[in-house]
Design a protein around this ligand. Sequence first.
Ligand code: FBP
Length: 701
Amino acid sequence: MPENIDMDLYSFLQDPEVQAVTTSNTADLQERLTFRPPVCNVFHRPFTLLADDFRYEFHIHPAAREQLPHIIDNKVQQITGVDSLDSRRAADYTKPRNIGIVFSGGPAPGGHNVIAGLFDAMKKANPDSRLHGFIMGPDGILESDVVELTQEIIDAHRNLGGFSMIKTGRTKIDSKSKIAAARENCKRLNLDALVVVGGDDSNTNAAFLAQEFYDDGVQVIGVPKTIDGDIQVKDTHGHVLCAMSFGFHTAARAFARNISNLCADSSSDVKYWHVCKVMGRVASHLALEVALQVHPNLCMIGEEMADYIDSERIEKAKAAGISDYTAYGMTLRHLSRVICNAIVRRAEVGKNYGVIVIPEGILEFINEIQVFIIKLNTIIAEYNQTHDTDFHTHFVTLTEKLDYLRRLARFSREGQGFFVWNTRDDDLFNDIPAFFQEGLLTERDSHGNFQFSLVETEKVVLELVKDYLKIRQEQGRYKVGIKPEWYAKTIRKGGFDPDMLGPVLFKNYNAHEHFLLAKDSLTSLKTLNMELVRGKIIGKNDDIPPAIQKVFLETVPKFKTQVHFYGYDGRGNDPSWFDCTYTYNLGQTVFSLIASHVTGQMAAIKHLEKDFSEWEPIGIPIGPLMHLEERKGKLALVLERTVVDTESSAFRAVKALREKWLAATPGPDDYRRPGPIRFAGASIESKPLILTLNNLGMSKK
Ligand code: FBP
C-alpha cells in the first residue's frame, strides 16, 4: 500500500468497479490493439514480386544524377503476389533478415502500424527475422541506441497514435563522420536494410544513405510520413503515384473536430472571433482539408496568396507609365485587409463573431517575409560556418542579434564587401514588432528549415487586423448591423418614434434591409450627440437619452479574439481507419521491397483516392523526386515538397464555396460538423475530402 494513502482509500481503489473506472486499459484501447487492418490482395499471397513499371517518367535534375548515381535510374515498381517461387528465389525471400527502422521528424498518426505491418510481413516470411528500432530518431543510428522490437512491444502499439514506441528526432545524417558512424552501427547489427519513416528531409536523407550504403549491401527504404501532407508524388505526365503522406488524414480530422466545436461555441455566445492556426510548416494542405471538413467563415490558403495579383495597382502603375512589381503576390497589409473585410461584412449582418483558419506557414507566402527568411537563413548559416560558436549561442538576446544585423547593414553601406543585409532591410526589420523579429531570428532546424511552429504567426496577423479594424472604425466603416424590430422596441420604450429617429441614426433606414447600419459619421458618443442635435432630436445642451445611447452602443463592434494552435495534438491522435490501414499496408510494402533487394525506393500505395479494393502497393524511386532548394543559405538537393495546387478541384471548390461559408448574410452559418474520428463502424470516413474531390474532378473532366 502506498504511504500517502490511508486504508479506507486503499480498499476503495481496490474495488473492481472503481478499478474499471480508473484503469488506463480502456475498452477503446482494447478495440484498437486488437484491430487488424485489411491488407491489399497481393499481401494475401505467400510471396511478392517486383516489376519495373516503365509507364512512369520523371524529369531528373542533373544534380541528382551526379550525386545519386547508384539509385537515380531506379524505376517505379509494381508489386504482385504469387503462390510460389523457384527454390532459389523462395529461399532468398524467406531467409532470416535483420531490419532496422527509424522514425525521423515530427510524429504522425499511423507510424506504429508501419512497424506492425513490416513486422508481420517479415515474420510471415521467416519467424527468425529480427526488427531493430532505433531510439530517438537518427540519433539512435548514430549512437547505436537500438532495441529489438518483439511481438509484445508491437502488440502494445498497434493502431495507436504518436511515435512513442521508439520516439523520434530531427537529426540529419549529413556529414562524412555521421555517415561513417551510421554505416558502422548498421553493419554491427548486421542489417540487411534500414527503413526511414519520415518527411521530405528524412526521405532526402534516406536517398543519400541508400547511395552511401550501396556498396555495403545495406538497403535503404523510405516511407512517406508527415501530417503536413506535402509528400505527394506525380510523374512528369501527372500520373498520381502517392496521393498523400500518412498521418495527414487523422491530423486534419482531429483539428477539424475541435474547430467545428469552436464554430458551435462561437455561434452560441456570439462574441468571439476564433483564430485557428493549423500546422503545415510550408504547404497549406491541412488548412484546406480542415476548411472542407468544417466550413469556417474564412480560411486563408498560403499558395493562393503567392499567386495573388493586385490588378488595381497594376492599372494605376500602367496609367503612370511605370511597373509596380509589388502588385504581384500578397503583402502583409493586403492579407490583413482581406481578413478585415470578412469581419466587417459579417458585423454588418449582426454577426460579430466567427472562425478563421490560417495555415502555420502562411507567412512563407508573403513576399516581404519570404525575403527576410531567406536573407536571415543565409546570415545565420554563414555565421555558423565562419565562426567557432553558433549564431544563437553567441548572440543570446534579441538586442545582440539586432546589433549584429545593424553592423552588417553598416558594412554594406560603407562598401566593406557584399552583405545580404542592407540598410533598407534593417529599416524594414525594425518596423516589425519585437516578438516577430525574435520569431524570424529563431534557431533553424537541423535541415536548415525555418521553424514556423515557433513563431506566433496568428499574433502577427491579428495585430495587423486589429490596427486596420481600428482605422475602419474611426472612419465609421465598421459597424454592427442591428435588427429593425429590436431597434423599434428599444426606441419606443424610451419614448421616441422609431420612424422619426431612424433616418437620423441609420444610413439604410427606409431600405427594408434585415439589418440597420449606423451612419458612417456616427463614430462616437460625441458624433452621435452632434447628429441628434442636427436632427433636432435633442437640444444643444441635452444629454443623449439612454434608449438612443443603448441603440448606438449596440452598433459599436467589440473585436474580441481567442487564438488557438492545432498541431501537436493532431500528431499524437490515434489514427483514423484510413491511416491505420494505409500505414499497415505501407509496412507490408516495405517488406516486399526489401525482400526483392531494392534500395533508394519509397514504399507507397497507389490509388489511395479510390476504394480500398483498388489500392496498389508500389515502390517509388526517391532520387528522381529531388531538386535544388535553399537550405542554410545554400542550394541543396532535397525531395521536392508538394504545395497546394490552386488549379486542383479541391482548392477550386473551397474558393467557390468561400462566400457561402463566410455567411455575411442574415441567414444561419453553414458550419459542417465532421464529428469524432470513427475508427470502426458504419460511419467511418474512408479518406481525406481533398482526395475525393480531386479524384472526382479528374474523373468528371
Ligand atoms: P514533419 O515534416 O517532420 O512531419 O513535421 C511537420 C510538422 O508537424 C510541421 O507541421 C510543424 O511545423 C513541425 O512539424 C513542428 O516541428 P517540431 O516538432 O520540431 O516543433
